[in-house]
Ligand binder design. Structure first.
Ligand code: IPD
Ligand code: CA
Ligand code: CA
Length: 285
């Protein structure tokens, strides 16, 4: 124990931790994702829309808020100085260089309608770099995890992205934003892409789409307009499973575009998306 009351493992006598070791951050992220997932699952029956956010179809339920509260309270108790960024409003830069990026329910529309495709997503950044990520899918009881440089797993088993090399054989996932102008632009590429690939899927939870790429359940996924909490954990899980994750034209993956693909089909899908105008954000023009 040091003079500040912190042991060599980084855990203080009050039960809090100052360690930024990715493996330790993953343990806490996993515990909180499981707690939040169980809470949301227990609130599902009879759940109703509480309010809307960016558009009339961008819904929020009491479960989104309660799940974020459980996660943020857990972080505050274990690691008081860390920063947080949560979709439902948690926002604090913190003082430790560690920031938790939280989507308490990714796939809220599915959750509201009783469809099983939704998950809790928690990514952990150290000085701006995502080093650990957890996506917990309560309906399937699937826990997706990654630590930077150590690979990705689903329920403890290593996952790898697909080895597909032909876009014509690729199953491609996508998503649509809540903004009507963005949707109109997103629709314009579909007549070109649909005949060029095996098929398209719109499953409704971006974090799970990224995990699907990690395990070869999709060969690729792209979406314009994702927020940091959609991308943080799933993006690390996809890249740790061997997928290529970028925006268009060499830009990093971000709000302009997230393209996660098996390396063998990345270029072909990238070029098609760029050719049909997906490199311009309709909300910027
Ligand atoms: C949404 C889902 C959806 C994607 C949207 C996201 P939410 O997240 O990930 O699949 O297409 O862009 O906003 O609102 O359910 O957390
Ligand atoms: Ca989301
Ligand atoms: Ca959400």
């Amino acid at each position: 124990m040091t003079a500040s009351g912190t042991s060599s493992s980084g855990t203080s006598s009050s039960g809090t931790s100052s360690s930024a070791a990715p493996a330790a951050l993953l343990v806490l992220a996993t515990d909180l994702a499981r707690q939040a997932g169980a809470l949301a699952l227990s609130m599902r029956e009879g759940i109703e829309q509480e309010s809307t956010k960016s558009s009339p179809t961008d819904v929020v339920t009491a479960a989104d808020r309660a799940a974020e509260r459980v996660i943020v309270d857990g972080i505050r108790a274990a690691r008081p100085g860390d920063g947080v960024l949560g979709e439902e409003g948690a926002s604090d830069e913190g003082t430790t260089g560690v920031r938790w990026v939280i989507d308490p329910i990714d796939g809220t529309v599915n959750y509201l309608y009783g469809l099983p495709q939704w998950a809790v997503s928690i990514g952990v950044e150290v000085r701006g770099v995502t080093v650990a990520g957890v996506v917990f899918d309560p309906a399937k009881d699937e826990l997706w995890q990654a630590v930077r440089g150590s690979g990705a797993t689903c329920n403890g088993r290593p996952v790898r992205c697909s080895s597909t090399t032909e876009l014509g054989q690729a199953l491609v996932g996508t998503g649509f934003g809540y903004d009507a102008r963005r949707r109109a632009a997103q629709a314009r590429v579909l007549p070109e892409l649909l005949p060029a690939c095996r098929d398209l899927r719109r499953m409704g939870a971006g974090a799970l789409d990224l995990c699907a790429v990690a395990a070869g359940r999709l060969d690729a996924y792209y979406e314009q307009g994702l927020s940091p909490w959609d991308l943080s954990a799933g993006g690390l899980i996809a890249t740790e499973a061997g997928a290529r994750l970028e925006g268009l034209g060499g830009a990093p993956a971000g709000p302009g575009m997230v393209l996660a693909a098996a390396p063998g089909v990345f270029e072909a899908l990238h070029d098609l998306l760029a050719r049909y105008g997906m490199d311009a954000d309709p909300l910027e023009s």
